[in-house]
Design a protein around this ligand. Structure first.
Ligand code: ARG
Length: 635
């Protein structure tokens, strides 16, 4: 229970009063909660204000000079001028073993933690929780007070490329952000289902089959299915474009019969017929398409693995049942959500969502004149199906902001159909564009090409420092991981919604807030650990009261924020919340090395500092893995 764990932790601290348990107080996993609880109890005694109001009002600070925790006094909802209230309360403030007596003349009451006890709380907690430090699995419980009721389930749909089409920047960002969000929810104790919703259905796959018969090579397909299918697709698409031009020319010249003949027997028509065979379930037509799909997935899996990503399900547009779509369209008609318009079926949102919002949602088509369903229709059906299949508590779509309208439309239609509950569990996590993403071979088309190119570039950067380069055991593999880290960190540095420029030079630099910088910080901590060569027992027995230097104290204070940072990220769903913190922490860390040497220090100090660096390594390693990076131990 909470009380037990508080007792266990605080037993290490002499003369500390017992700490009261509160809802959402997890002292075992989050050292900050010990302070929250302690400050809440003091304030409650002084003010009589309900602890339920005080506890959640205590916030983290943006920088250490503002304290370790802060209370915005207005959040307590009591009458009076905040600064005056503070003065009255502070007169009654008791001596605390954990926090300094606060002072203020603003509406904020800042708390500074006493350094001695903080070291003794933070370092053992980080080391005990290890790879789990920062995670709070209670978060994902259906009922936090009763773990036997099980976990909440979240479906995260991300990446979702189109077969035989380029893997563009939008897919890259969706992959990176989606992978991160999946890790985040998993760390928070949710049952996470990762779904890749492939673009794998439509007339273009009939066209691709035609193209393969003409231009395809089994050998090339086996070797690199993704690139080969794209090449084939480009060639056959060119034929269709030429054919269209020819038809237009013939029509213009009045040769209508010839134009019609070309329309009836051309590549485009053949593709349409082939796709018709596919939708009718023709075994041969489907077998070829399935081979393209399976081979592409196999290849994608290899690339995803390099990014530490795996999917539980490769769904896709092809997997949406025609039957269920027909039923939904029928229901839309019956409920008056959809209406006929020039032979097609449309949703006029102005009729269903009054005022400006309705207008903004426009009038999308849900069924074409020829009876075929659209991208929009598939998404409606797929969401309902997903809910039935996974019974999720939440479903996240990681899709570019270019598709904001599309997502709003299908969420709204699901709601109008009467599934308010499902619609309310669906959430769009969007993001901006990547500008200028190109490789040396031209505009970037495939994930593999991008990663290889950045890896090559990284290799060159490494070669510039010859002495260091010679010490790297496996330079290619290291360059590869550094390259991937460069791309990922650049992508996650800003807020998701912002566009950014794909800049090979800046992202691969070891200076500035980059992936290589983080990797370097990690490798350096690993190297310090190896050189110190202390046993686990030696580190565990360290006298932490020796950590008195300002650099040590500030590092401990920053490290103590980590579990709160993860909690906050569950609110922002922004990878930059994690990254900003990791850079802040590594800056404090790197400025401390000169002041907190290990080699040459006397044994007691050596052990204490090693315990501190170990806590820093745990936080950095956990943060990097949460982002999806592969932390390097040497470089
Ligand atoms: N395949 C789509 C594209 O490349 C993205 C799919 C996004 N997911 C969805 N459920 N619509 O644009």
């Amino acid at each position: 229970t909470t009380t037990d764990s508080v007792d266990r932790l605080t037993a290490q601290l002499d003369g500390l009063p017992p700490i009261d348990p509160y809802p959402n107080c997890y002292p075992d996993t989050n050292p900050q909660d010990i302070y929250r609880s302690h400050i809440t109890s003091i304030l409650h005694k002084i003010t009589g204000i309900d602890t339920k109001i005080i506890y959640p009002a205590l916030q983290w600070t943006l920088s250490l000079d503002k304290g370790d925790m802060v209370l915005p006094i207005p959040a307590l909802r009591v009458k009076g001028k905040p600064a005056d209230l503070a003065q009255q309360w502070l007169e009654k403030w008791p001596e605390s073993p954990l926090v300094e007596k606060p002072s203020t003349n603003t509406a904020f009451l800042p708390f500074f933690f006493k350094p001695g006890p903080l070291a003794k709380i933070l370092i053992p907690s980080a080391r005990k929780n290890g790879r789990e430090f920062g995670n709070n699995t209670a978060n994902g419980l259906k009922d936090p007070s009763d773990p036997s009721k099980g976990k909440k389930r979240i479906v995260v749909e991300f990446s979702s490329p189109n077969i035989a089409k380029p893997f563009h920047a939008g897919h890259l960002r969706s992959t990176i952000i989606g992978g991160f969000l999946s890790n985040l929810y998993e760390a928070a104790g949710w049952d996470v289902v990762r779904i890749n919703y492939l673009g794998d259905w439509g007339k273009q796959y009939g066209l691709l089959a035609q193209g393969f018969k003409k231009y395809g090579s089994e050998e090339a397909l086996a070797q690199n299915p993704i690139n080969h299918l794209y090449e084939v697709y480009v060639k056959i698409s060119k034929e269709v474009a030429d054919e269209k031009e020819e038809i237009a020319k013939l029509t213009q010249e009045g040769k209508t019969a010839e134009a019609q003949a070309l329309k009836d027997s051309g590549v485009d028509e053949e593709a349409r017929r082939y796709f018709k065979l596919m939708t009718d379930g023709d075994a041969d037509a489907l077998a070829l398409w399935k081979r393209f799909r399976d081979l592409s997935i196999t290849r994608y899996k290899e690339t995803y693995a390099r990014l530490n990503i795996r999917f539980d399900d490769y769904s896709g547009e092809s997997q949406v049942s025609e039957d269920s779509m027909n039923q939904i369209m029928q229901k839309m008609l019956e409920k008056g959500i959809a209406e006929e318009s020039e032979g097609a079926l449309i949703v006029d949102f102005t009729k269903h969502v009054p005022g400006k919002p309705g207008k903004a949602l426009e009038k999308p088509i849900v069924r074409k004149k020829d009876g075929t369903a659209l991208y929009l229709t598939r998404d409606i059906s797929e969401l309902l199906h997903r809910h039935e299949k996974y019974q999720f508590d939440q479903c996240i779509y990681v899709i570019a902001s270019q598709q904001d309208l599309h997502v709003k439309q299908f969420f709204k239609i699901v709601e109008l159909l009467g599934y308010q509950d499902i619609a309310s569990k669906a959430q769009h996590v969007n993001f901006g564009l990547v500008l200028g993403m190109s490789t040396r071979r031209g505009t970037a088309k495939f994930l593999d090409d991008i990663l290889r190119d950045v890896g090559d570039h990284m290799h060159e950067v490494m070669r510039k420092n010859d002495d260091k380069y010679k010490q790297v055991e496996n330079p290619e593999a290291t360059a590869d991981i550094l390259g991937i880290s460069s791309v990922m960190v650049q992508d996650m540095s800003g807020k998701r919604i912002n566009n950014y420029h794909f800049n090979m030079e800046t992202m691969t630099s070891f200076e500035g807030d980059t992936g290589p910088y983080l990797q370097y910080a990690h490798a350096r901590l690993c190297s310090i650990t190896r050189k110190a060569a202390l046993s686990e027992e030696e580190i565990a027995s360290a006298d932490l009261s020796l950590l008195t230097e300002i650099h040590a104290i500030n590092l401990i204070r920053v490290l103590a924020q980590w579990p709160d940072v993860v909690q906050n990220t569950l609110r922002t769903l922004e990878p930059t919340t994690i990254l900003t913190y990791l850079f802040k922490m590594t800056h404090v860390l790197s400025s401390s090395y000169d002041h907190l040497r290990i080699v040459g220090s006397e044994p007691g100090l050596m052990k204490a500092r090693m315990a501190l660096y170990d806590a820093a390594l745990i936080v950095l390693n956990n943060g990097m893995r949460l982002l999806g990076l592969s932390p390097l131990e040497r470089m």
